[in-house]
Design a protein around this ligand. Structure first.
Ligand code: ITT
Length: 198
């Protein structure tokens, strides 16, 4: 069975992804491989940061791995917070990040937004040459004027996916996972992995 390390320090992402991966792969955490480092995220783009995180683990630990970089893109804010989603308010405080977002959108009737994620998979190839692939997932929705619900993480209480009348934070993890940006990208990665002959 393929062993894959998920290069994330975000426990919520880990929970979401481990459920979806099921038993076809052995999922290793950063803790399992003894990595306590802060992962680099300095490229300025979601795609670039995703690659940086996975390549960091491959280079230091030589283990097949994947990383997810994700963010919320709000149309009326020109795509903000985007790559800065995790620390939009200046700190990694989800409450403060949401407050800043709602303040910036106050009085604005265009509430369109999307969550975006890019997974980078680095697989141990022949002769230890790494094989790298990226997979993207998106979900469109609206930013509400105030938070609702207590599930999920990050901006989930203010994000309502199109076609639904509840926020991600009002849904069960299973329901969010049935449509989220992360699960869509992950489904593509799993389909790719299942095609590989091991
Ligand atoms: P790692 O880098 O260790 O994986 P992180 O939390 O720093 O964890 P990102 O750099 O990818 O993750 O930042 C993503 C941020 O975007 C995250 O902290 C949330 O604020 C937001 N975000 C991403 N996916 C989300 C989701 O499903 N629901 C709500 N907010 C999300």
């Amino acid at each position: 069975m393929i062993e894959l390390c998920f290069a994330t320090n975000n426990q919520h992402k880990l929970n979401e992804v481990s459920h979806q991966l099921g038993n076809s792969f052995v999922l290793k955490t950063l803790r399992d491989i003894g990595c306590t480092d802060e992962l680099p995220e300095t490229s300025g783009t979601i795609t670039g940061n995703s690659g940086q995180k996975a390549n960091y683990i491959w280079t230091r630990f030589g283990i097949s791995c994947f990383a997810d970089d994700s963010g919320l893109e709000v149309e009326a804010l020109g795509g903000e917070p985007g790559v800065d989603s995790a620390h939009y308010s200046g700190s990694r405080d989800a409450q403060k990040n949401m407050e800043k977002l709602l303040e910036k959108l106050a009085g604005n009737s265009n509430r369109k937004a999307q969550f975006v994620t890019v997974f980078t998979l680095v697989l141990h190839g022949r002769d230890a040459v790494p094989v790298t692939h990226q997979f993207e997932g998106r979900i469109a929705g609206q930013i509400l004027t105030e938070p609702r619900g207590s599930g999920g993480f990050g901006y989930d209480p203010v994000f309502q996916p199109d076609g639904h009348n509840r926020t991600f934070a009002e849904m069960s993890e299973e329901e969010k996972n049935g449509m989220s940006h992360r699960s869509r990208a992950l489904a593509k990665m799993i389909a790719y992995l299942e095609k590989q002959a091991y």
